[in-house]
Design a protein around this ligand. Sequence first.
Ligand code: KG4
Ligand code: ZN
Length: 343
Amino acid sequence: MNSKDIYILGIESSCDDTAAAVIHNGTVLSNVVATQEIHQEYGGVVPELASRAHQQNIVPVVHQALHKANIDKKQLSAIAFTRGPGLMGSLLVGTSFAKSLAFGLDIPLIDVNHMQAHILAHFIKAEGQTAPNFPFLAMTISGGHTQIVKVTDYFEMEVIGQTLDDAVGEAFDKSAKILGLPYPGGPLIDKYAQEGNPKAFKFPKPKVGPLDFSFSGLKTSVLYFVEKETNQNPSFVQENMKDICASLQHTIVSYLMDKLKNAVKQTGITEVAIGGGVSANSGIRKALQQAQTNKGWKTHIPKFEYCTDNAAMIAMVGELKFKNQLYAKTDVTAQARMELGKS
Ligand code: KG4
Ligand code: ZN
């Protein structure tokens, strides 16, 4: 093995995906994700069930990641794990596992902030993916977060706008639940939206500060709208599913784009990246591509597998931290709440 060869195992267990990946000098060798199906029955993530499933999944998932990467664990340079933010019981599984493995192999342990990883996923070397130049704006849109971040360097990030209540992924998922769709409803709304009329119905865009977001009112307006229409026609939702989804998606995407435009105006930065599960949404991807053509922004959209929760992004941050010898202390613990830029 060349001494310049860096092999990092990344472990992600912050919510309901148990994931492990191996990265070698910026290139992903394996990226394994076990999505927990059990939560579908409950219409949302049940924390206690999530941590139990992580316990069951973690050993086979890590084993598979090493096997697919075709390396032995003795070749690993370091182990990177998600320290937070996320569900405490879930985080503890990945944290304890990573600590034990790093200790057993006598290699460095690296703690990673999940939100920072969604942003730095753009630095993974992959076909069709170009690394952003500093400074750039990153909009992280997921089931747990909605933020606009000014990224000055790998480890220098400032949150300049965020949601005051629900995350955008929650807005998708909760609206989907009202429409009778299974959890997580975001991808289903996206699927129906592609065949519907985005102007069929009108939903209000919540008014807050120029860079902030609010989604709880939108969910309520979807609920009232559905209740009102269903009173007159019990099969209204089934008959209009595509148009409702298209209209809802149109409202959310144009709201996200309004905020990004405000951020570009305020900072003068025109290089823009998105990350997090909702960046898999076809509407936001299309809107960003249009902004690249019409507004001259330089935009970065991650590959699908690096949008939703994955361990390749954790391994990527691990590699960057490893090069800077930013290791975790042996008494490191999981942290459910974690600020960006302060980790
Ligand atoms: O980043 P992620 O995998 O997990 C969190 O850290 O939250 O994001 C999951 C969220 C869910 O709310 C899911 O509904 C949403 O991302 N999502 C989508 C799409 N794919 C995933 N929302 C809208 N359109 C999609 N295509
Ligand atoms: Zn995430």
